[in-house]
Design a protein around this ligand. Structure first.
Ligand code: MRU
Length: 395
């Protein structure tokens, strides 16, 4: 059974989300009973990850409509606009909300009361969104595995290899399986030493901790541990050292000398030229791969994995992406449970880890420029790579 971030009962039309703020110490679901509940849960990051927040947003509109409260289509459209503001960078939420608004305005008049027909329309959209996301994630996994296999064959690579990743892009960030972590999952299911029919095999994952919110440390390790995929957690500032150690001829870490051959990340928005917004720290990983590739001809491939719902063809370049800035206390404090001597989690406490009252800059995302991206893997069988002039063609 895989982890489920979102539980939607299709006959009762009720919605529950796994409270990701409590992971990895406790697994508890919270009820989302309105658009306002969804706004708060998304803003507080009880659910996060670009595809997951879009799905929760769409289901929350269904849940709201299911109350049959006599609101007009006009008021509903206003609440949908409000919902989009909860996380501005991830395009999936605004794509889904805009689709729903288009459906409503093309079928109903704004003065109509949002009754059963409106509910049925949004319900169908939300359920289709969820189902498509799940099946697309499995395709992303397969396409990523094929790309990895073909890349290593073409490099005539032999032996074990490692993959580095950042943030959480797995079941918890999507409807299931995941995007970047979905590729890692599919690769683990097919290309470990026991299963590989190639001269190379997948040995280990290095998830970055992902400061300041620690989605890598808390969520990705939870998923990897759950699936028994071999990994070692690293802090974000260890990435260069790790590659330098593992990719040198005599380097080894914890008995593994499997070089990092792929850095695979998710995306919150991929714009027309391929520039990709993702969790803060992603750009530096792309720059690190580029540094090693230029210096030592390492051939580390930097892969962005996302469903096509993350592609925003209306925005030309990354310069036009609005980056969400988050509260300063995410950097200056830690909120986590106290652990007893046996490691059992107790009451949650907030502890200070920086000088009180200081100025803080806390952008949630950064933009990896397309020139540092080797490939974009989506549910399309064709993996997107740049043409001879260095341009992606994503449409
Ligand atoms: O702030 P978060 O946790 O929502 O950030 C999530 C990411 O950056 C993910 O990599 C991205 O949304 C893709 S999730 C499949």
């Amino acid at each position: 059974m895989s982890l489920q971030a979102i539980k939607f009962d299709r006959s009762l039309k009720t919605l529950q989300i796994l409270d990701q703020l409590l992971l990895p110490y406790s697994t508890s679901y919270i009820e989302i009973t309105s658009i306002e509940d969804a706004y708060q849960a998304i803003k507080k990051m009880q659910v996060r990850g670009a595809p997951a927040i879009a799905i929760v947003g769409a289901f929350a509109i269904v849940v709201q409509l299911n109350k049959l409260e006599n609101i007009t289509v006009k008021d509903l459209l206003a609440s949908i606009d409000y919902l989009v503001e909860s996380r501005p960078t991830a395009v999936n939420l605004s794509n889904a909300c805009n689709d729903i608004k288009d459906l409503l305005t093309s079928t109903f008049s704004t003065s109509d009361v949002a009754g059963q027909q409106v509910l049925d329309t949004v319900f169908k959209y939300a359920v289709d969104l969820y189902d498509a996301d799940l099946s697309n994630n499995f395709k992303i996994g397969e396409n990523g595995l094929n790309y990895i296999t073909e890349t290593l064959r073409s490099q005539n690579f032999k032996g074990p290899f490692s993959i580095m990743t950042i943030c959480n892009t797995g079941s918890l960030a999507t409807s299931g399986h995941g995007t970047a972590l979905g590729i890692i999952r599919t690769t683990f299911q097919n290309l470990t030493k026991e299963k590989s029919s190639e001269d190379f095999w997948f040995e280990k994952v290095y998830p970055c901790e992902t400061r300041p919110y620690n989605q890598g440390a808390k969520l990705t390790t939870y998923e990897l541990d759950y699936e028994k995929i071999t990994f070692s957690l690293i802090c974000d500032n260890m990435a260069t050292s790790l590659i330098s150690t593992l990719n040198s001829t005599d380097g080894s870490i914890r008995n593994s000398s499997a070089p990092v051959k792929f850095i695979i990340v998710g995306a919150d928005r991929i714009v027309k030229n391929g520039d990709s917004a993702n969790k803060i720290g992603t750009f530096q990983l792309a720059a690190i791969a580029d540094f090693f590739n230029k210096r030592n001809a390492e051939q580390i491939k930097f892969i962005v994995a996302a469903p096509r719902t993350t592609i925003d063809l209306k925005t030309e370049t990354g310069a036009d992406i609005v980056i969400e800035e988050r509260p300063s206390n995410e950097l200056t404090t830690l909120n986590a449970p106290v652990l007893d001597v046996n490691g059992t989690a107790g009451e949650k406490l907030t502890v200070g880890i920086a000088t009180p009252g200081i100025d803080v800059w806390n952008p949630a995302f950064d933009i990896a420029p397309h020139d540092l991206i080797d490939s974009i893997v989506t549910e399309d069988t064709k993996v997107y790579i740049k043409d001879s002039e260095g341009n992606f063609k994503l449409d």
